[in-house]
Design a protein around this ligand. Structure first.
Ligand code: ZN
Length: 481
């Protein structure tokens, strides 16, 4: 295994011999593994001291990281920088650090489930997109300065794709034997996208390089395409509901993508840059861009409209044959004749959803994640070294093993904060900031008979004392993406 092999060999370089000699597995005749001792001698535990450390930066330190003066008005940006979830690389571009990558991979898994549940097939298209494709739709000019353009050594022009309508339509057009029997096609990808923002801001909410899920659909008729449109919107509703994020689906402008019908999925939050008009009497809601400025009443029920701000996290477009007619994306219809595919395109801002979720769910000082996406579900805090409760260290080790055996679904989700030179209080403060859904402490009551562990359920705000069995029962309900 990685643990006993490469890592073990690497670790011996600075591991001292007396430490090895006390490794219980070593003494009892198991293959010696240097990592095991490090983890309180109890198997392959994840230990915090070996990982990318929480940062705990002050606000002024965060500002200098970003090269700014004044306040960071955006909570998710400030918190993500402060605890070391992201690190600025250049304006609008961030390094995604280990906790963020774990959360992002979970989000992608949930998105994959939702897209595949409606028949989506995953593809992966190059970020380098040839200018010729964009000239064909005239978007090489229309997109203006937002398009990040470059030239290769032969002088050929490209852009770094902000979206892939051209590329996917040309791809489908190249499939010469496409039959109506194969449709609908729902093709999607989750890739990095690029947009040369004039003012990148709010961290991952408005960057120049970001992850997006973009789906493109191909149908044999307008009726079928409209059904597909509702199907994808349904999948988006399901996604945001599973993440526990409050959202509104609003009527939207088609913008530079074009087409005839469009909706946005918005998370209502103050820092949002979109202005939404919401009717409190019926379900009508719209991006203000789509309304007449003088419109103060709902076009459906005439009730008064209220204004709210939102972060756009998803966008859907009914495209018709706008792109298929340009690239000649055809299929053989039921009469054996060539016919143009009816298209739709559907985006989700993947890194933006992550930051927006943190924006919506967190307190001023502490990050809170959608349960499904938390980088780690459980943080274990054993007693401080040399404290009165130190005898409970053993109990924490056995709890860790007990969880590993009883709840294999939590494999890789339980982290041990082995920085035992710190007080429990200090480590709890860090754990609170990072927002592990469950923080389990071996404190005073761990020495009682039977021993009780202190369990902080971060997403409900409850603190309960449970036995080892009680902890396992509680954690058995945890869902992991
Ligand atoms: Zn209304």
């Amino acid at each position: 295994s990685l643990c006993c092999g490469v890592m073990g060999r690497l670790l011996t370089r600075w591991r001292t011999l007396p430490v090895l000699a006390t490794c219980s597995r070593h003494l009892s005749g198991y293959v010696p593994c240097r990592l095991h001792h490090r983890t309180l001698g109890r198997g392959k535990h994840l230990v915090l001291s070996r990982m990318f450390q929480p940062q705990n930066l002050r606000e002024d330190q965060v500002l200098s990281l970003e090269g700014r003066s004044g306040d960071l008005t955006c909570k998710s940006q400030r918190l993500m920088l402060q605890v070391g979830l992201i690190h600025p690389a250049s304006p609008g571009c961030y390094h995604l650090l280990p906790y963020t990558v774990r959360a992002l991979e979970k989000l992608v898994r949930v998105i994959d489930q939702e897209m595949q549940a409606i028949g989506g097939q995953k593809v992966n298209m190059p970020s380098l997109s040839p200018a010729d494709l964009w000239r064909a739709t005239n978007r090489w000019d229309l997109m203006g300065k937002e398009l990040l353009r470059l030239r290769d050594r032969h002088g050929k022009e490209y852009c770094l794709g902000p979206t892939h309508e051209e590329a996917i339509t040309a791809l489908v057009a190249s499939q010469k034997t496409l039959s109506y029997k194969q449709l609908p096609f729902l093709l999607y990808q989750v890739t990095r996208k690029f947009r040369d923002e004039p003012r990148p801001r709010f961290g991952l909410l408005r960057g120049r390089e970001f992850y997006m899920k973009d789906m493109y659909t191909f149908d044999s008729s307008t009726e079928a395409a409209q059904q597909t449109y509702s199907l994808v919107c349904g999948a988006y509703c399901s996604l945001f509901s599973r993440l526990g994020l409050p959202f509104v689906k609003v009527q939207a402008d088609v913008g530079s993508i074009g087409g005839t019908m469009s909706h946005e999925f918005q998370l209502p939050v103050d820092v949002g840059e979109d202005r939404l008009a919401v009717c409190l009497s019926c379900s009508f809601s719209a991006n203000m861009e789509t309304l007449d400025l003088s419109q103060t009443h709902c076009p459906v029920c005439q009730g008064p409209l209220t204004e709210t701000k939102g972060i756009e996290v998803g966008h859907t477009f009914y495209l018709g044959t706008k792109y298929s007619s340009i690239f000649n994306a055809q299929f053989t219809n039921i009469y054996g004749k060539p016919s143009l595919a009816e298209m739709g395109c559907y985006g989700l801002g993947v890194t933006r959803i992550l930051a927006a979720a943190i924006e919506v769910l967190s307190t001023e000082d502490c990050i809170r994640w959608p349960g499904l996406l938390a980088p780690y579900q459980v943080c274990l805090i054993p007693p401080k070294r040399g404290s009165k409760e130190e005898a409970a260290t053993e109990l924490m080790g056995s709890l860790h093993d007990h969880i590993a055996e009883a709840l294999p679904q939590l494999h890789g989700e339980v982290l041990l904060d082995d920085r035992t030179h710190l007080t429990i209080g200090n480590r709890l403060k860090d754990a609170n900031k990072l927002g592990y859904p469950f923080v389990i402490i071996a404190g005073k009551r761990a020495l009682e008979d039977p021993s009780h562990l202190e369990v902080w359920c971060q997403n409900t705000g409850e603190v309960v004392f449970l036995t080892k069995e009680g902890v396992v029962e509680l954690l058995s309900t945890v869902q992991v993406a």
